[in-house]
Design a protein around this ligand. Structure first.
Ligand code: C5P
Length: 209
């Protein structure tokens, strides 16, 4: 069984995807990390994230980079969003994601284009959303816990800019698949969001029976 979980940054999709993977006993891939690694590698190479050739060269980042905590920062998220607009970068990361999705037994993947491009044949597609204010609030608390100094306004502004870039790009924009189940986590706690996700997966599975 393949479960696709898409949505914008800090919508709760990562937590939902991890929970679904544990619940159904499936492996999980956070595809945003791949784009974050490319963004970070461009910086390490002294390249320009806006330049397609520089971004493509960074796709051969070392595997160990994926485990580096530095990928979690807002700055690297911004670089990821810049490199992800290049079709050549998306193409370079496609096979790796599809190999993971189509492994025997299935998988859960979260990202922006799992249900639309990577695995349109997924058994269940979820699109997780929340208002910018709710997402900014969550990100603010996470960053405070990590000791990063930032204002709520700045986070909200960055999220809006990133949403705009992700949604308006030509290749694989952030849009729900036509048959995706939309889960709005704005006023849902972790448990309620997870319960809604399980319900959506079960409904999707029942619909394909
Ligand atoms: O999900 P996360 O915030 O880690 O993703 C970082 C950036 O990587 C996103 O803003 C998006 O531009 C890009 N991305 C993407 N396609 C994916 C996953 C992430 O374009 N499947």
């Amino acid at each position: 069984m393949i479960i696709a979980v898409d949505g914008p940054t800090a919508s709760g999709k990562g937590t939902i995807a991890k929970g679904l993977a544990a619940h159904f006993g499936l492996p999980h891939l956070d595809t945003g990390l791949l784009y974050r690694a490319v963004g970070k590698q461009v910086e390490l190479n002294g390249g320009d994230a806006e330049d397609q050739a520089d971004a493509l060269a960074a796709c051969s980042f070392p595997a160990a980079l994926l485990a580096d905590e530095c990928l979690r920062s807002e700055a690297v998220g911004g670089l990821a969003s810049r490199v992800s607009v290049h079709p050549a970068v998306r193409e370079a990361l496609l096979k790796r994601q599809q190999d993971f999705a189509f492994q025997t037994g299935g998988a859960v993947l979260d990202g922006r284009d799992i249900g639309t491009v990577i695995a349109p044949e997924a058994d269940a597609k979820l699109f997780v959303i929340a208002t910018v204010d709710a997402r900014a609030e969550r990100r603010f608390r996470e960053m405070q816990d990590r000791g990063e100094i930032v204002t709520l306004e700045k986070i909200a502004e960055d999220l809006r800019r990133r949403d705009e870039r992700d949604s308006s790009r030509q290749t694989a924009p952030l849009v729900p698949a036509p048959d995706a189940y939309i889960i709005d986590t704005t006023s849902l706690g972790r448990d309620a969001a997870f319960a809604a996700a399980i319900e959506a997966v079960e409904a999707a599975l029942a619909a394909t029976d």
